[in-house]
Structure formats: C-alpha cells, structure tokens
Design a binder for this molecule. Structure first.
Ligand code: SF4
Length: 463
C-alpha cells in the first residue's frame, strides 16, 4: 500500500507520509488550485456577488464556480467537530460525543452532502449517514470487524476472489465521505492508502492467469478518488485481458459528490465498456438535480447505472421511504438492484434492522410499483458465505400438481402445476398432423369438428 500526502490538511484520514502523485486525484488538485483560498473559513469572509447562488442556508456564500468544482469539495471536506459545529449546531454533549467517536471512526463529509442535511432535524436521514453517533462506540462490541471475511478470500493484496467467475479489486480505502454504516469501517483507522503500481501489477497478473474470472469489480474505498487518467490506465489493462468480459465499478460519488462525474471521467469510461457502475443511494432526498445530472452523464457514456442501497434503521426502513427511493431512482434511469441487509459490522449495530423488516418492505412494495423498481433484498452471509436473496413467502402450500399462492393483496389462488416432462408430446410425434389434431379435438370436445379435419394443417388451437 502507498500512503498519501499530508496536503489535505482538513482530513485526518489522509494525513500520511509519502505521496501517490500518479494515482490519487487530490494530488492533481494541488497541481490545479482553483485560484481562491479554499478553506471554508476563508470563504465565510468572501462577500456574496452575482456569481453566488444559494446552495441552501449552509453554503449560500460559496461561489457557483467553486460549488461545481468537485476538487474544491473534496479538499474542503468537514472532518472535525469544530468545522461541523459551524454548519450543524451541536450541543456541548453532542460535540464531545462526535469528538470521541471520531477517534475510533473518523468523520469526513463533503460540503455538498452536508448541504442536504436539515440542521434542525436530529432525525434527518442524511445526517444519520454522515455524522458520528455515540452508539457506534457504546454498541461497538456487537458484530465483527470483517464480517464478510474478505481477508480470508484475499488472494493477493487488494484482490478478493470468492466466487469462481468474479473477483473484487479493493483499489484504495479513500472515500469522499465516510458513511457511518460502511462495511469496511475497519480500514478507516489505517489512514488513506492507494494500491501501488507493484500491487496493481500483482493483481493483474493473478487475473491474467485465472481464466475463470470473467467479471471484475473495482471498489474500495471509492475508486473514483483515483484520477480519471490513473483509473483509465487500470481499466485499459483489465480490458486487455481477453477472458474478462465485464468490469463493474462501485462508487458513491454520484450521491455524495456528483460534481466528480465530469466529462473527462465519462469520456474515459466510454472507452472501456462494457462497464457497469453500481452506486449507493439510500434515501430519496439524495436524488438531487446534481445527482440526476451526474447519473445522466454516466449513462450517456454507455455505462449503465445500478443502485445498491443498505437497509438502515431510522433512515430508509419503511415501505414509504423505499418506494420513494426506488421510484425516484427509476425517474433518473437508475435501476434499483440490491437492497442489502446491513452487515454485522462493529460500530453499525444501531443502524441494523431485523431481517423481517426487509422482507416486509419488499412485500409492501410488490404490486404497488413496477417490478423494475423492486430491488432484490439480500443478506451477505458472514464468513464469506456469499449473498442470499430473501423474499416474502408467497407459497402457502405446494404439491406435485398444485400450488396455493398468495398475491400482493393477500388473496389466495390455486395454481395448476404442470407435470414434469410432457408424456402426450411423445405420442404426437409419431402421428400425422391430421391424427394429432384429431386427438386434440376429441379430448377437448371442440365443436365444429368437421372444419378442423378438413384443413388440419392450418388449424389454430386456442387454449
Ligand atoms: S462510500 Fe462506500 S466504501 Fe466509502 S465509506 Fe461510504 S459505504 Fe464505505
């Protein structure tokens, strides 16, 4: 692993020795400063002008040009309780709690994502995903550090190979925002790292030799924290491996910093398809005009966008919130793909829901919205057991000949279960067309028999 520059002084996660100038986009930020003093404190002194617009009450004075500059957002992430308190009023007790939790699980929120929070609502669903809760510590003993046992399936550093035909590249642990429910929270304490050139070469070498792998997922951390140029180099090398058919990228940038989805990135992605981009919207309030435009730009590059949300207590754990989210996603052409049961990760227990909550939500959605808007509810099993889809139980009873099924309204229906194979078909094969039709007619007691016999080859037998 290569650790990062101390240049991002606002982010304790990224304050590390060494540099990674060729890979991490924040270093390019240093080479291309936006021109103005870029910390929020300084911006507070800058007078509003006609170029300013209200990004809401929290960041109303930030110039439009900077607000559209994802590098500015990244560089000005809110990472201390003092910065946070300027935007979200916290009681002294809350400040002490955030400070305490941040020592174990750091805080990092982009100004963009923070601007979506209603500062007056302590139960705000955006706030709960971004701002540390004392419950991360007080309930922190519950769960596992690495619930999916990714370490055990790591075949070379940064490559998890669990399923025969798929492999996961963990390219960095850096994210634009640190989501409180993250499965890889354990990585936050290690500071910011990006895979070195040698590590990436070892990953590629493994993939070249393992011809069963046809689907590679690049995740992290967030792979879009790499510069578009660096990510493009890695994609080009993956594309040069003939047996790799599909590349998937997992990123939360469209949700937490949609300004990152710029024309340079989209042009690069369009060169290396088929690429599928999986993103992570959890609540309809995250579907802003900026997020919609970002998804539109990705889709227009020829990259389909799917959503993988996590079921979170008090955030999106009702039929109403999931319906709003999934319908909103379809409106921006993003397919709801998975709804994950929140993993058994230490520091997330307060956000986890009973499994039945998920199946009840799916049951409540089915029939009341298009099947396209229905994600698959899945549990990722501990110890590397893999994903198991969970569905409401619609089968009340079944036999070889009949199923008793319940529909979305709770009405009960009997459904004839066809026999395995079709014994009648074999006898038909040996007969002439006329004999076959005669058999159908006799058995079904169809009227107008004579007409059928006259023109057997042109008969249409309706069921
Ligand atoms: S963006 Fe993904 S990997 Fe990064 S902190 Fe959020 S959930 Fe974790």
């Amino acid at each position: 692993m290569k650790t990062l520059s101390a240049s991002l002084k606002t982010c304790p996660v990224l304050v590390k020795e060494g540099r990674s100038q060729d890979s991490f986009c924040a270093d390019e930020v240093d080479e291309e400063p936006p021109g103005k003093p870029d910390d929020i404190k300084n911006l507070e002194d800058e007078p509003p002008s006609s170029n300013h617009r209200s990004h809401n009450n929290l960041f109303g004075e930030v110039p439009e040009k900077l607000w559209k500059d994802w590098k500015w957002h990244f560089r000005n992430r809110i990472t201390t309780v003092e910065q946070l308190n300027k935007f979200i009023p916290l009681t002294p007790e809350e400040q002490a709690q955030v400070k305490l939790v941040s020592r174990l699980y750091p805080l990092a929120v982009t100004p963009y994502y923070l601007s979506l929070i209603n500062p007056d609502d302590p139960e705000d669903p955006i706030r709960k995903q971004a701002i540390p809760s004392i419950l991360e510590v007080t309930m922190g003993a519950v769960g596992f550090e690495d619930p999916l046992a990714e370490k055990e399936d790591t075949v070379v550093p940064g490559l998890v190979h669990r399923y025969p035909d798929r492999a996961l590249i963990v390219i960095t642990d850096i994210c634009s925002m640190l989501c409180r429910h993250c499965t890889r929270k354990r990585e936050w304490r290690k500071g910011g790292w990006v895979r070195t050139d040698d590590e990436i070469e070892a990953i590629l070498d493994y993939l070249r030799k393992n011809k069963s792998v046809r689907d590679v997922i690049i995740s992290g951390g967030d792979p879009l924290t790499l510069s578009s140029r660096r990510l493009g180099e890695i994609l080009a090398k993956l594309r040069a491996i003939n047996h790799i058919e599909i590349i998937r990228i997992g990123t939360r940038f469209p949700v937490v910093l949609p300004q990152r989805i710029d024309s340079e990135l989209c042009a690069m992605l369009s060169q290396y398809g088929p690429i599928w981009l999986n993103t992570h919207f959890n609540h309809v309030r995250e579907i802003t005009p900026e997020a919609a435009e970002a998804c539109d730009r990705i889709i227009r590059s020829g990259t389909p966008v799917n959503n993988q949300s996590v079921l979170l207590r008090g955030i999106n754990d009702t039929v109403k919130t999931q319906l709003e989210l999934c319908r909103g996603l379809l409106r921006i052409k993003v397919r709801p793909y998975y709804l994950f049961q929140c993993d058994e990760v230490q520091g997330t227990e307060h956000l986890r829901t009973p499994v039945e909550t998920g199946t009840k939500i799916i049951e409540g959605m089915r029939g009341f919205t298009s099947g396209l808007a229905l994600p698959t509810f899945v549990v990722d099993l501990p110890n590397g057991g893999g994903k198991v889809p969970l569905q409401p139980d619609y089968i009340l009873s079944k036999s070889d000949t009949e199923l008793v099924l319940k529909n979305y309204e709770g009405h009960v229906y009997h459904y004839r279960n066809p026999e395995k194979g079709c014994p009648e078909a074999n006898s038909w094969v040996t007969g002439s067309p006329l004999e076959r039709v005669e058999k159908i007619v006799v058995e079904q007691e169809v009227t107008h028999v004579s007409k059928v016999f006259e023109d057997a080859d042109r008969v249409i037998v309706r069921s």
